[in-house]
Ligand binder design. Sequence first.
Ligand SMILES: Cc1cc2nc3c(=O)[nH]c(=O)nc-3n(C[C@H](O)[C@H](O)[C@H](O)COP(=O)(O)O)c2cc1C
Length: 365
Amino acid sequence: MEIGLLTASQLSEAASVYALSWQTSHRSILSPDALSRHDATWARSHLEGLTAAGHLLLGLYEEGALRGVIAVRPRSGELSSLYVHPAHWGKGYGSALLRAALLRIPSGITPSLTVLSSNARARALYERRGFLPSGKAVLLNPEKNLSELTYIHPERKQIMKVLAINGSPHAHGNTAASIGIVAGALREEGIETEIVQVGHLPVRSCIDCRACRSRPDHHCAFDDVVNACIDKAQSCDGFLFGSPTYYAGMSGAMKAFMDRLFFTGGLPPYKVGMAICAVRRTGGLDVYHQLNNFMDITNFIRVPLPYWSVAYGNRDGDMMADEEAVSVLRTGGKQMAWLMKSLACAKDAVPMPALPERKWTNFIR
Ligand SMILES: Cc1cc2nc3c(=O)[nH]c(=O)nc-3n(C[C@H](O)[C@H](O)[C@H](O)COP(=O)(O)O)c2cc1C
């Protein structure tokens, strides 16, 4: 599956998918005559009009065929024209297109879209993806009680967000305290942190079924905290991964979580990331490296640090007495904010590089 910008030569194919999907989804509310007027020619001129008005058209391709389209206007945050070929409804293509379009909208601009009140299927999808009715409704047909509703994505109104994973079973332990110091520094810079604790959960380990690789939403076959975090990750600008040290490694729950989260391929590239580790005495640096290993082969941009972010402590909150770690973590938070803001400013002037084609050799000769 591949999602990218549609070029002029792909417009006819896009118009066919658009018209077919539009006609199918409007069948119950329009007469056959009205439906037939909304054909591929009409769809093409509609899409051309959107392009002329500054909308980007994104297309989702699989096995060489276009499966769906969406339009997004980054400047205003408007999303429209999300249409998936009816033969491929229910496969997660709509979610994948919506997610790709949301990524094109800069932080600080609230995404919005309109949907017919009768389109329960589309409304459910938008609500699953964090959209809420704004309260604005335009009555189109009083007899049929048909309105055009405006939905917005309020979560995206905030400036920037970091997702922090706590791999400890202790909600108030040393890993939590370390994350809290970074989050405090981020907050001073106007950046929110959402903390998800995984260390107390019975997180399944990866069974290498590779189901996630063929799903457009990159969800894992085990529908748990991993999938919830893949969804959250789409609207995050930075990530903190924290774990206690268990026998010179990360906690078991954290390892299971990290393997599955990263293997899905569902994390957006070029995000800022930082690893944090709590340790009583020895082995913390191993955990620090282990956490960074995930980011280093997943196109993350690591936060510059003055020292390894390893905090010393045994029981809840001991690490607060490790003054050097407190200072390193606080600096890390500030530098994380600086890096995230710098990347956001540079986004339009210096586009992120395209992800390279990966050559897999598996050491086979
Ligand atoms: C199963 C287990 C293994 C541990 N292994 C190590 C270790 O290898 N090295 C070490 O210094 N501390 C080790 N510790 C101590 C924890 O890393 C330390 O208490 C840490 O601060 C706990 O972080 P938390 O409060 O966020 O859970 C271990 C603790 C447990 C429960």
